[in-house]
Design a protein. Sequence first.
Length: 209
Amino acid sequence: MLSYFVLKYLHVIGASVLLGTGAGIAFFMLVAHRSRDARIVAAVARIVVIADYLFTATAVVLQPITGAALVWLVGYSFGEGWIILSLILYAITGLFWLPVVGMQIQMRNLASKAARDGQPLPPEYHRIFRKWFAFGFPAFASVMCKRLTFDALAGAAATVPMTLFMLWRHTKLPKHLRYDLPPRLVTDAALYAARSSRCFSAVRIRAHT
């Protein structure tokens, strides 16, 4: 059980690093680009390249490892639909991220040369930046779709059957028992059943309603 929570923690941290570092890199590169100053772009691009190697690349390697370990530990099949979808979206993200790393290195080198020569950013830099900007959309979309899709599927898988079951059971109740059940009554009944009413003030009961 401990190994499961450790792996899950590492997997969630890896996902957060991927999304957070990617968003941060995109933001700082965009702000630096808007300055039109070769010295600023060169300095920011140097840091961005280091951050990509240090954080993003590490998370990219660890994510499939921790994910596969979780699948094996829990006993899922690698042929399940949500796992296949996850791998496809992850592959799409990687296909767009790898070229982006190369573009950032090129932009860093071009900006550094322009800064040393006291020249403005060359046309080649702007061409690469437009391509870099375009590649960022499908990469981020894949990450977000993966997260939102799985959250939505998990919520639907848990909520829809439960709701249908409750609606069906409601029709089986005697007519005099088919009435609305306010949350306050549910809370009071749960507290009474747990024999813990004395531990909760009226304010706390209201907060739990």
